[in-house]
Design a binder for this molecule. Structure first.
Ligand code: ADP
Ligand code: MG
Length: 603
């Protein structure tokens, strides 16, 4: 049995017995579905995107109140020209809830997400608290008593009167959401989203607009919460502020953490466990202890500690591992077509592609780069060498947009790049690797490398969710595979990046840079930690790329490697260029010899 078959059988079974399950079970299932919908948004936000929100309950509230108010306020119906009992009102209420949630999320996100650190969590706490009090204090929302008389939801000609009927809608929405989000995560856009948690600097260098992605994920999570609130309101048929307070916001986070923050199905598992546990503890504890009180909160807290201590990644990964042991693994399809990708034409050999003119960088009192002049031509390997601390990596950051020069000019293919982000450099045809490797450790080599081709595809979120990006995705994957094989990492393609030796991780970075089809390639210490044979293989690859017309600038300490491959060498010391020329000239330059003989920390 495969994973998909197991899932389909479970769903068919559930659908088959839906009409016969006891009312109580159906009610529980319905709540689990509603909570899971919120939690799954939070998985995207927190587990995948690395942003914590305590305020999801407030978005649920916004969705619930929007529809409740719209359906019950007499003025609202006449505003849109509908009768006060029209079955269309809840649907307008839904749109109202979604639009207001998206607007709030976008505003909240644009204020807090650009700041680093704890601003977002704090912002969501403030939002959660204030919305709760706002609901309770607004006259037209019924104050703390809330709004009653929320109408039944009609889907076409079906009225969803009972939990049994509404539950079907809840679970259909939840399952469709899970399907869409699975597709999204398994796409070019998903790779970009997965880089938000730990790899933002790297992702920007691959052309990902991380600020925009963060806001979009935040809005997505808010929309799902709002959708859940809408169904909740039409299930309960009344709303008051209590289910939307900060405590419940924290509970949603618990669900996600217990279930497994990085896994979509973890949200369902977490929602199920916490809903059931709360229910049973509330029933059992008072009779067990002989007195009433909120004992469940204490037991709940202790159980939570236990779970997190034993399963720091949440319960889902362990459960999935257990089940997967009995399932047939998914067949890997491999297609060899590269079609529909953005192709870049390399500039003609000899063209000056990258220019740095009098580039300086000051860190406080330290002048790390002092008026560096350098240019790189297409079809040339240019090496930048110098003792440790000479300023080479700093210079790389300046000419790739990761950092801005204090003074001086950088131009890429004739374009002035002053004030441009690393994204713009990537779009201009520059790819780079990092001295301290920046890979997504838990992801496969293939996934990491495919991120490098981000700018070569254009399918958006909706297309990815609906699987309309499959041709492009196959092309991106096949391009990533091609570059991995070219770099000699074919056998490691499916392994996680973190499981590779450091030297191999550097090669993964090179493959990732190559999938961007760069005109200029910047490599920061590519052979550090590589065995001799692999160094030679890399030298062959770089020479081949040069012969194809790529411009390569490489920082390297391994002199044998540098002298072997470089057409020209620039030597830095204390942030200044002390020599420049062909390898044979530089090798005998007295200043260089002095710098290297003086630099005791050189290898
Ligand atoms: P290299 O790559 O040639 O070994 P670096 O460019 O990493 O040298 O560093 C050059 C100098 O700039 C070093 O003295 C280093 O400590 C300093 N430096 C680098 N980055 C920063 C930073 N972000 N803030 C302050 N000093 C820095
Ligand atoms: Mg360095």
């Amino acid at each position: 049995m495969t994973q998909r078959q197991l899932m389909l059988s479970a769903l068919t079974l559930l659908l088959g017995v839906w009409g016969f399950l006891p009312e109580f079970t159906i009610t529980m299932l319905n709540y689990i579905g509603l909570y899971a919908l919120v939690a799954v948004g939070l998985v995207m936000l927190t587990g995948v995107g690395g942003m914590t929100s305590f305020g999801q309950a407030a978005f649920v509230g916004l969705g619930a109140y929007a529809t409740s108010w719209f359906c019950t306020a007499p003025a609202a119906a006449s505003l849109v020209g509908l009768a006060p009992d029209s079955v269309g009102l809840p649907w307008i209420g839904l749109v109202l809830g979604l639009v207001s949630s998206a607007t709030v999320a976008w505003l909240l996100g644009s204020v807090t997400l650009r700041l680093s650190g704890h601003y977002l969590p704090l912002g969501t706490i403030a939002w959660g608290l204030s919305l709760y009090f706002l609901f309770g204090n607004l006259e037209f929302l019924g104050g703390h008593t809330g709004l009653a008389g929320v109408p039944v939801l009609w889907v076409g000609t079906f009225a969803l009167h009972s939990v049994r009927q509404l539950g079907l809608l809840t679970w259909t929405v939840l399952l469709l959401t899970l399907w869409a989000l699975h597709n999204l995560l398994d796409s070019r856009e998903g790779r970009a989203i997965r880089s938000l948690k730990t790899g933002r600097v790297m992702a920007e260098s691959m052309g990902v607009n991380t600020a925009r992605y963060r806001i979009k994920v935040f809005v997505l999570a808010a929309l799902l919460a709002s959708l859940s609130g809408w169904m909740y309101a039409h299930l309960q048929r009344f709303v008051n502020p209590t289910p939307f307070n900060l405590n419940i916001g924290i509970e949603y986070l618990f669900m996600v953490v217990v279930g497994g923050a990085g896994h979509l199905w973890g949200a369902v598992l977490g929602a199920a466990l916490i809903t059931l546990m709360k229910q049973y503890l509330q029933d059992i504890l008072p009779s067990l202890l002989g007195s009433s009180g909120n004992f469940e909160v204490i037991v709940f807290g202790l159980l939570m500690l236990l779970v997190l201590q034993r399963f720091p990644e949440g319960l889902w990964p362990s459960l999935a591992r257990l089940v997967n042991r009995y399932l047939r693994p998914k067949q890997l399809t491999s297609t060899a077509v590269v079609r529909g990708l953005v192709e870049r034409k390399l500039p003609e050999t000899g063209t000056v592609v990258l220019v740095a003119r009098e580039v300086s960088k000051r860190f406080g009192g330290l002048l790390a780069n002092n008026k560096i002049d350098l240019h790189v031509r297409a079809g040339e390997i240019h090496a930048l060498i110098g003792p440790n601390g000479a300023g080479k990596s700093t210079f790389f950051n300046l000419i790739s947009g990761v950092d801005d020069p204090s003074t001086g000019l950088v131009s890429l293919l004739g374009r002035d790049m002053r004030g441009q982000s690393s994204r713009a450099f990537a779009a201009g045809g520059l790819s780079r690797t990092f001295q301290h490797v920046r890979l997504l450790g838990p992801r496969s080599v293939l996934d990491n490398v495919a991120l490098g081709a981000h700018l070569r595809g254009h399918s958006g979120w909706i297309a990815s969710m609906l699987c309309l990006d499959r041709v492009e995705e196959a092309a991106l994957m096949s391009e990533a595979r091609r570059q991995i094989e070219r770099c000699g990492l074919g056998p490691q393609m499916r392994e996680t990046a973190a499981s590779l030796a450091l030297g191999q991780q550097r090669i993964v970075e090179i493959a990732r840079a190559l999938t961007g089809q760069p005109s200029v390639l910047l490599l920061d210490e590519p052979v550090a930690g590589l065995p001799h044979m692999e160094k030679q293989a890399l030298a062959r690859l770089l020479t081949q790329l040069r012969d194809e017309g790529m411009a390569i600038l490489v920082v390297e300490h391994d002199m044998e490697f540098v002298m072997n491959i470089a057409d020209r060498i620039t030597v830095l010391e204390f942030g200044q260029v002390i020599a420049h020329g062909a390898p044979a000239e530089v090798q005998v330059n007295p200043k260089v010899l002095a710098a290297y003989l003086g630099g005791a920390d050189e290898s």
